[in-house]
Structure formats: structure tokens, C-alpha cells
Design a protein around this ligand. Structure first.
Ligand SMILES: Cc1ncc(COP(=O)(O)O)c(C=O)c1O
Length: 388
């Protein structure tokens, strides 16, 4: 598996948003796509389907089969038995977050969100007219920590939902069993529903593990809607499919006030590619995670040597990392600074919540020589800025 196969010119020829948004002098490291070739079995399927002009409606069998394949994967990886009959296919995970908030949180109710956070968490609460309660994760020397005391102070009598992102984007945390169990106790104590976005679950590095929140205990499963897909780990985000697992029949009512067709239809390419990813691409995944982990380590060393003013915790999971430049004097929007002076496009920190001022998110899922170029451009820009 050649994760360094693509040149910058190859990547610029792509049609996706990552490489299209900025000019040809900019290297993008923002939206969460990987710059690697996808697994060969997925390529072979998509190429073959295109050659056959196989663009028809997806078969019901293919779509329904995906829930069972996902359930088998959860059982094999985590010993977690999920109800296939309560697993619903969605066009994407963000859609699921919106439906989840609409269905479990009333109009005057609030949802807890752990910032900095993947922006659609914030948008799904605000745009549906619900009230977000922001509970910042605290960045210490090694990792982002959950501040349970602050959560206890912030919760109010109208809080209905806890929005969990595990592994956490952009915090890079794969929360430990002890943390999740403590969170579980707290959720039970306050009678909250948990919307658990676990889309990065397959992208966890050595020394850490993914623990599905719903697998912790039956009483937690009952109050959890879990969202997942093959989209992040297998780099097929443009194909569009995800799924939601409802921990109880009552919770499933959350989606039922709206006719199913309001959620839109599914893509046949997405269903087939997800099936193939989950059934036949784990060798590719293992190699990709190893490559990403080496990229993370490369970046950790680079930042320590050449950009020591940035505050950064090496991610335990995901190919995204939070870079805190508040001590570097780059202003409120390092995104603008790096775009102008390094020709590198990072992700706007403030989109992740108020504590994103002076921060940014980097995507390190790119060939190492491109990662080096990104970091070297950033370090040169900061050095020049510091030199006045
Ligand atoms: C935590 C998280 N959830 C959801 C998504 C997007 O998933 P989808 O494209 O299926 O909506 C992303 C994409 O980066 C993500 O990081």
C-alpha cells in the first residue's frame, strides 16, 4: 500500500472540496479527507460499477445488509451486540446529528457540547433553535480532559442531551473506559440522552482504544443513539452514507415524527463501498493507521523543534490535531495568518467554539513529504513574523 503515491499535482486534479477551495499556490490541510489512495477493493468496485454504467437505485437488500454488516463488525471488534432492527441508514452523520437533536431535545431544552468541537455539533443545536451549553475540554500538558465540575455547574433543568464525540474531533482523544464510565454515571444521574458520534472509531493509535459508549452498560445503551460510518476511516466521504443505532424503541421514536423520505435516499455506490470497506479492507486500514501514527509522530517532533510556541497534544485518535497559537502572537485567526504567509490552508479555530480564538486545526492525513512541506512553510512564516 503506497500512501505516498500521489503528487501534489495529482491531488490538485481531484474534484473534492479539500483541493478545490483555495488557489494553486496553497496546500490544503483543513477538511477531513485523506490524500491517500483508497483501498484497492473499493477502487475496483467503483471502477467496475462505472464501467457497467451501474448507476441505478440501490437495492433494498444492499442497504439493509449494511446494518447487519456493521453489527457483525461491532460484535467482532468490541464484543458489542447492537440491534440490527434499530439501526437506521442515513445519508450522512451530520444529518443524524440534526435529526437526533430535533427528536430528543425540545425547543426550550438544551444540549451539552464539549468544545472545541467539530462545527456541525454547534450548528445542529443552534440551527434547530435548541440551546447549546458549552462545556470546554481542558487542554493540559498531555491531552484534553473532561471538566466534570464545570459540567455540573453548567447543566440546567432543561438539559436533555449530551453530545459526545468519541474519538473527539478536534481534541484527538479516545476517551478511556474510566472517563466514559464516569460520564455514564453523570448522564444517568441527570437523565440525559446521549448522541454519540463515533465516526473516527477505526482511527485509534497504539496504546489507546475505542470504547463504544453504548457498550458500557445496558442502561447507557438504552439512552444512546450511536452514529458511525465507513466514511472517515476508509476515506470515502464523498459517497454519502452513515448509520444511527438506537439503544431503545423509545429513542427510535425520536426519528418517527418525520416521514422517512424527508431524510432523503441512499447512494448505491456508498452502500456497496461501505460494505466492502467493512468486510474486505481491514489490511488497508491497519496500514493506514500505522502511516498516520508515523505522521503524527513526525509532526510532534517537528513542532517541538521548529514551532515550540504552539501548544499541542499529540492525538490518540483521528488524523486531526488542535494547534493553539495563543502564545505565538499570530492574532485571533491563525488560519488567515497561515493562508497569507505560509500558503497553507488550515481549519478556522473559531468554528469549533469560542475557545478556538487563536487556534486552528490541522489535517495530517497526507503523504509525509507534503506534511513536511506544510509544517516547514508554517515554521518559516512564524519565524519571519517573530523576526519582525
Ligand atoms: C466527528 C465527525 N462527525 C461527522 C463527520 C461528517 O460525517 P458525514 O460526512 O457523514 O456527515 C465528521 C467529518 O469530519 C466528523 O469529524
Amino acid at each position: 500500500m503506497d500512501f505516498e503515491r500521489f503528487t501534489i499535482d495529482d491531488l490538485r486534479a481531484r474534484n473534492g472540496f479539500k483541493w478545490r477551495r483555495y488557489g494553486d499556490d496553497v496546500i490544503p490541510a483543513w477538511v477531513a479527507d485523506m490524500d491517500f489512495p483508497v483501498a484497492e477493493p473499493i477502487q475496483a468496485y467503483v471502477t467496475g460499477a462505472a464501467m457497467r454504467s451501474d448507476f441505478g437505485y440501490p437495492s433494498k437488500h444492499e442497504a439493509e445488509g449494511l446494518a447487519a454488516i456493521f453489527a457483525a463488525r461491532m460484535a467482532a471488534k468490541y464484543g458489542w451486540q447492537i440491534p440490527v432492527e434499530r439501526t437506521v441508514l442515513l445519508t450522512d452523520i451530520v444529518q443524524g446529528l440534526y435529526w437526533g437533536v430535533l427528536g430528543t431535545c425540545g425547543e426550550a431544552d438544551s444540549a451539552i457540547i464539549q468544545t472545541p468541537i467539530y462545527p456541525p455539533f454547534l450548528r445542529s443545536v443552534k440551527e434547530t433553535g435548541r440551546r447549546p451549553i458549552l462545556c470546554p475540554l481542558v487542554m493540559d500538558e498531555e491531552r484534553f480532559e473532561i471538566d466534570f465540575d464545570a459540567m455540573e455547574r453548567a447543566i440546567d433543568t432543561r438539559t436533555r442531551v449530551f453530545m459526545l464525540c468519541n474519538p473527539h474531533n478536534p481534541g484527538g482523544r479516545a476517551f478511556t473506559r474510566a472517563e466514559l464510565e464516569r460520564l455514564g454515571e453523570w448522564v444517568l444521574q441527570h437523565d440525559l440522552v446521549v448522541l454519540a458520534d463515533e465516526i473516527h472509531s477505526d482511527l485509534v493509535y497504539a496504546g489507546h482504544a475505542h470504547i463504544p459508549f453504548g457498550s458500557l452498560a445496558p442502561e447507557l445503551m438504552r439512552r444512546t443513539i450511536t452514529f458511525n460510518s465507513a466514511n472517515k476511516a476508509f476515506n470515502i466521504a464523498g459517497l454519502r452514507v452513515g448509520l444511527a443505532v438506537f439503544g431503545s424503541a423509545e429513542l427510535m421514536q425520536a426519528f418517527s415524527p418525520y416521514p422517512e423520505r424527508v431524510r432523503g435516499g441512499l447512494s448505491s455506490f456508498a452502500c456497496a463501498a461501505s460494505r466492502i470497506a467493512w468486510q474486505s479492507c481491514d489490511d488497508w486500514l491497519t496500514a493506514a493507521v500505522a502511516y498516520l501514527q508515523a505522521n503524527r509522530d513526525y509532526m510532534t517532533n517537528f513542532l517541538a523543534e521548529r514551532l515550540p510556541s504552539v501548544k499541542y497534544c499529540p492525538p490518540e485518535a483521528t488524523y486531526l490535531a488542535w494547534l493553539d497559537f495563543t502564545q505565538s502572537g499570530l492574532g485571533a485567526e491563525p488560519l488567515d495568518f497561515f493562508l497569507a504567509h505560509a500558503k497553507v490552508a488550515l481549519y478556522d479555530g473559531t468554528a469549533f467554539g469560542p475557545q478556538g480564538v487563536g487556534c486552528t486545526r490541522i489535517n495530517f492525513a497526507t503523504p509525509r513529504y507534503i506534511l513536511h512541506e506544510i509544517l516547514a512553510r508554517m515554521a518559516a512564516a512564524v519565524a519571519q513574523h517573530a523576526g519582525g
